[in-house]
Ligand binder design. Sequence first.
Ligand code: SF4
Length: 66
Amino acid sequence: MIEIQQLPNILLENSNYGIGDLDDGIIHIGTNFCKNHDIPLCNNCPIKDLCEGFLNKKELLDEYRT
Ligand code: SF4
């Protein structure tokens, strides 16, 4: 079993990035593309090809806010 707080370490395993880089990236996406806007700018978002909300579950965009 994997606990959710372990996910950042798993994502960063075997990379040259640290937890601060991941935090900076999430903040960048959140403030420039995602839920700080009334309508998220998904078509310009750098992680749109990985985003479950954009790809498969549009309802997530309405059900969750930062
Ligand atoms: S693609 Fe996903 S992460 Fe990017 S702005 Fe849209 S909802 Fe947010």
